[in-house]
Design a protein around this ligand. Structure first.
Ligand code: ADP
Length: 678
């Protein structure tokens, strides 16, 4: 009677799960597999119930039972391979195909062997035990193996699931896991005692009720449709395999012991086992390393790593790489930490001030604050020396006198030191987890530290390049003033010579002529100097006007000086340009050309109109060395002793602002041609 209720309940609930699954998922592969597995389980219930109700017709009922049992391997294997799993592009691993193929052997065995070739039961009505023949032994051993494989597959799915996915499928999995574990227990009897104990059938029915109930609850209350990507090497670290193996060995030892030592054995064994267990427990409790290892082992095997390190690493690297400025980089560091660890906000503190204290540098959803971390605060010293992440929930706020209001206000939970080879670059404070109950453990700390190293080196690079830029600025300032001083000194020298000579020869007409020439020349050189210096600060906007390029070229050539050695030719072409700016360009090009010919020329300036108006400056000077070509337009690149290396850089910016370009042709040793297309 009891069996009738249990089996009836189990079958009804299984039918309900099948119905709901089909309704929710249609005839998807995974739905069909669920239905198939539950159908097999239900049929087993009905047939075994009938066998127990009618022990006289045992073999008749068992014929059907064996037929259904032969489907157990394929059905549960199919279930374990499709349930909540995503079949990736590569499809199922080959090994699983092999298992599926082998699973087909079972129905063949069942069809070709009558039930009494598998087992015999001399007194079933009384004993409910089926003694296995050799064929039966292997048949049930095979089924046992397949149930274990299915369990391993399910474990693979579960341990690859993310936390939210796990929440949704948990009941499903626990239900099926218990049912399959019971099957392992049931069939392992065959393995150990060469007999199946059908007295266990009520337990199986009960577990099926629980399992189907959990599946039903899972589908109805937690939704379905989770699809988990399963990594292929799961089977190698399966806890199920280890547990089942240990269980079989233990039961085997018990069985053998029973044979040799008789009835008294289990008691002696139990006492011995309890004693050993006690010792092991004491050892475990006393040993910090063992305890930690055990924790890591359990975490690694029962929980998939919380993070996929490679993905997070790439995500963080991308974030840092996409930053275009110092502030962008600081923002990216905070964004990375907040997103990856599920935090509502964060603040970055960086070293400032002479005492080496750390103060506000950037914030994310946390307002700028006056909090400071001093290098001699003991926890800060520890962070700098050991690179430890400080968990404020564990360690409290004491030790941060300059920052405790800030830490309290934003409910900061972690302080992460960003240490580079040169020491502590900064401190990241993370506050208020998005999900309040989230637990953080060693894996989070590992990832925080790894990210910290990367963030610190990015910050260090930023600091070094800022230092370099300001050093360069100083250097350029130095160069500019040397350059001006040098030119001024030359000019002053010429002028003072003229003044000295004038005292004696001012009345001389020839001297007067000469003096005028020298003065004119000096004025020109001063104008050129001014023109060059005027170019340094950049103009914010251009003033376009209609300009005759030929006239502009002539004016520029005369500004550049070096009379006689410069020829200007071509046709008058009019273009809308900023006269002053384009003049700067031509002066620059002509001066460069003159310098390339050591002031001797000849330099030819040609104006014309091809596809667009152009001004071409050609010289037969030293030409541009191939190695230097790539740097021609880069700022501060020069081959000249007294050069600044900003002329061509500025030319290109001006021409590009006009929507034009500069072409360069040059043969080293033979000269260069610069063409400005407008
Ligand atoms: P600077 O003249 O102060 O060096 P520029 O930016 O005007 O700065 O020029 C950069 C470099 O380009 C020069 O140092 C020189 O090596 C090269 N260069 C420019 N024009 C010519 C040219 N006409 N012939 C050969 N080299 C040139």
């Amino acid at each position: 009677m009891m069996q009738l209720v249990l089996s009836g309940g189990a079958v009804m609930l299984s039918l309900a799960v099948m119905g709901v699954t089909l309704r929710r998922q249609g005839v998807a592969l995974s739905a069909c597999a669920t239905v198939a597995a539950l159908l097999v389980a239900s049929c087993l219930e009905i047939l075994d119930l009938m066998a127990m109700l009618e022990p006289d017709r045992l073999l008749e009922w068992k014929r059907w039972t064996v037929a259904v049992e032969s489907l157990v391997p394929a059905a549960w294997l199919g279930y374990s391979l499709t349930h909540a799993r995503r079949t990736g592009e590569a499809g199922m691993p080959r090994l699983q195909w092999f298992f599926l193929a082998v699973a087909v052997v079972f129905p063949v065995v069942a069809l070709t062997n009558p039930p009494d070739a598998l087992f015999y039961s001399p007194d079933f009505a009384m004993e409910r035990v089926l003694f296995l023949t050799a064929t039966g032994y292997y048949f049930y051993l095979g089924i046992l193996l397949f149930v274990v494989i299915s369990l391993v597959n399910l474990e693979g799915t579960y341990s690859n699931a993310s936390l939210p996915a796990r929440w949704r499928i948990k009941f499903d999995f626990v239900g099926v896991l218990s049912y399959l574990s019971l099957l392992v227990f049931y069939y392992s009897q065959g393995l150990l005692h060469r007999s199946l104990n059908m007295g266990l059938i009520p337990a199986r029915s009960l577990i099926l009720i629980v399992a189907a109930g959990m599946m039903l609850y899972s589908i109805l209350a937690r939704g379905n449709g989770v699809r988990i990507e399963v990594s292929r090497n799961m089977a190698y670290k399966s806890v199920v395999l280890v547990a089942v193996g240990l269980y079989l060995v233990a039961v085997g030892v018990m069985g053998e012991g029973l044979r040799y030592f008789g009835e008294g054995f289990p008691k002696a064994m139990a006492i011995a086992a309890a004693f050993c267990g006690g010792i092991a427990l004491v050892v475990l409790l006393l040993s910090e390393t063992l305890r930690r290892r055990l924790r890591v082992f359990i975490h690694k095997n029962f929980y998939r790593s919380k993070y996929d390190y490679q993905t997070q690493w790439l995500r963080f690297t991308d974030l840092l790489a996409s930053a275009r400025s110092g502030d962008g980089l600081k923002g990216a560091i905070l964004a990375g930490y907040c997103e990856i660890f599920g935090m509502n906000g964060g603040t970055l503190f960086m070293r400032s001030g002479d005492d080496g204290s750390f103060s506000w540098a950037a914030g994310r959803d946390q307002a700028p604050s006056g909090a400071v971390f001093r290098p001699d605060d003991p926890p800060v010293r520890q962070m700098a020396e050991a690179g430890w992440v400080v968990s404020l929930r564990d360690e409290g706020l004491a030790g941060f006198p300059g920052a405790d209001t800030f830490l309290k206000e934003y409910d900061v939970v972690f302080l992460i030191p960003l240490t580079s080879g040169e020491g502590l670059e900064g401190i990241v404070a993370l506050g208020r987890p998005v999900s309040e109950g989230e637990r953080y453990h060693y894996e989070d700390y590992d990832l925080m530290k790894t990210m910290a190293r990367q963030a610190a080196s990015a910050l260090m690079n930023l600091r070094l390049s800022e230092e370099l830029a300001s050093a360069r600025e100083l250097e350029v300032m130095g160069r500019v003033s040397t350059f001006i001083l040098h030119d001024l000194k030359n000019l002053v020298y010429t002028l003072s010579l003229t003044v000295d000579n004038a005292r004696d020869h001012i009345a001389d007409a020839e001297f007067q002529e000469d003096m005028l020439g020298t003065l004119g020349n000096t004025v020109n050189r001063m104008k050129l100097l001014i023109a060059r210096l005027r170019g340094l600060p950049e103009k914010q906007s251009l003033c376009f006007e209609e300009v005759d390029l030929l006239r502009l070229a002539e004016e520029s050539a005369s500004l550049a000086g070096g009379r006689g050695s410069i020829s200007v030719g071509g046709s008058p072409v009019s273009a809308r340009v900023d006269r002053e700016e384009i003049q700067k360009v031509v002066v620059n090009l002509v001066v460069n050309a003159l310098e390339a010919t050591e002031g001797k020329g000849p330099v030819a300036v040609e104006v014309g109109c091809g596809n667009a108006p152009y001004i071409r400056v050609n010289d037969a000077g030293c030409g541009i060395p191939d190695a230097f070509r790539a740097h021609l337009f880069s700022p501060f690149r020069t081959t000249k002793k007294k050069g600044l290396g900003i002329g061509l850089y500025q030319c290109r910016r001006i021409v590009e602002a006009h929507g034009g370009r500069i072409d360069v042709e040059s043969t080293p040793g033979q000269g260069a041609t610069f063409t400005v297309w407008l």
